[in-house]
Design a protein around this ligand. Structure first.
Ligand SMILES: Cc1ncc(COP(=O)(O)O)c(C=O)c1O
Length: 393
């Protein structure tokens, strides 16, 4: 059975991997994030599905899918990052006023008189903004969320449901990032962004430390011989960097190979890896993989990936619907898995690289490979999901 036709893709093998670099995500920061997030009410690890049918269809030894669709009821792994960074920001701000607060006290509204006067802002293509809005609602502060032209009304409504103000601005995600930063500077708000840029790194670092909980759970849930390959989708690179840092902590020198997979229309990580420095992708058509529609890398994430990623891939939009459908029906007796558009890039990268002899050999992807994929979202845009898969989630 062929999962995908032989669609064009690009593979950049990253020779700089393994070189010493400055660690961007310190392990103490991860432990603090894990302790906080796992103490939140309704915290539970998301499932790791074994998909032997899909593994056989692709010609690898094992394939497991970390399914983030149920994360805190928000539909994606992003629930771990933005909301955690909001809590951290509030705790740090109160500390400067001589108030020592915990997540639980914030959530209980103990300091609401103070926190209600604090506004957080961010740009989003959907999932990060949902997390920040949820965090602001939970921890009692105000949120203003910027979305660009093509973010669907359904995604905007899902953010507004948490009481955040949603502002739609012209242009792309990267334009929304700039709008959020400018308005925050004028109004005295704090940007809680999932991307970092020169002069702005502390909060995005907290966001990425939160993401590491996803990888930590997956590595703990993995049984039997360790995974050999991790395929992770890339937008600004935050989640891939988080997985990379966690793999280094968990596996040390025997960390699985890490392949970062982007839409070919938004391949800033690939371009930056080739150039060895942050390099934007040129303006062009949109991608259906909304969460990955980022034209500029997060500088912190890119630093981490520069010395930890083994390869970068750019894959076409045409592969998205077939990959979602294969997961939805379950291949050869596998359980059905609901995966949104931005969740399947890693699977697409694996499928295309495995069927191309040169790429498979270069990546060491053979019949014995054990692959871990991160299903980073469920049906976060239910209408689009139904249209692409042909059935509701
Ligand atoms: C579902 C999903 N997967 C992956 C990503 C990529 O994450 P990052 O921008 O940190 O690379 C995003 C980003 O919004 C996303 O929403």
């Amino acid at each position: 059975m062929t999962l995908l036709p032989a669609l064009p893709f690009r593979l950049h093998l990253h020779a700089a991997n393994g070189h010493a670099g400055t660690p961007v995500l310190d392990d103490a920061g991860f432990r603090a994030a894990r302790d906080a997030i796992t103490s939140w009410p309704r915290y539970a690890p998301t499932p790791l599905h074994d998909l032997p049918g899909l593994a056989r269809a692709l010609g690898v030894g094992a394939l497991r899918w970390k399914d983030e669709g149920g994360r805190f009821g928000l539909g994606s792994f992003k629930a771990l990052g933005g909301a955690y960074a909001v809590a951290r920001h509030l705790i740090c701000t109160l500390a400067t006023r001589g108030i020592a607060a915990t997540d639980a006290e914030l959530a209980a509204g103990r300091f609401a008189a103070e926190t209600r006067a604090i506004t957080v802002a961010c740009a989003t293509d959907g999932n990060h903004g949902r997390s920040v809005a949820w965090g602001a609602a939970r921890f009692h502060c105000r949120a203003v969320i910027y979305i660009h032209e093509t973010v669907s009304d359904g995604r905007a409504a899902a953010i507004a449901r948490f009481g955040a103000e949603v502002r739609r601005v012209p242009g792309t995600y990267d334009d929304a990032v700039r709008h959020a930063a400018e308005d925050a500077a004028v109004n005295g708000w704090t940007v809680v962004s999932d991307t970092s840029y020169p002069g702005y790194t502390d909060i995005p670092r907290d966001v990425m430390q939160g993401y590491r909980v996803m990888a930590d759970e997956a590595f703990a849930q993995w049984t039997g011989p360790a995974p050999t390959h991790l395929f992770v989708q890339g937008g600004v690179g935050g989640v891939a960097a988080a997985v990379a840092a966690q793999a280094a902590l968990h596996f040390g020198k025997t960390a699985p190979r890490l392949i970062v997979v982007e839409p070919d229309r938004f391949d800033c990580l690939c371009r930056s890896a080739v150039a060895g420095r942050p390099t934007p992708s040129p303006p062009g058509p949109d991608t259906i993989m909304a969460g990955l529609a980022c034209g500029e890398v997060s500088i912190l994430a890119f630093d981490e990936l520069l010395h930890r990623a083994d390869a970068f891939m750019a894959v076409p939009d045409e592969a998205v619907a077939p990959a979602m459908r294969a997961l939805a029906r379950g291949v050869d007796g596998d359980p059905a898995v609901v995966a949104g558009e931005s969740a399947v890039a890693g699977l697409i990268g694996l499928a295309l690289a495995r069927r191309d002899a040169g790429s498979a050999a270069a990546l060491g992807l053979d019949g014995a490979a054990r692959v871990l994929l991160f299903g980073t979202e469920g049906a976060t845009d239910p209408e689009l999901y139904a249209r692409l898969v042909g059935a509701a989630a």
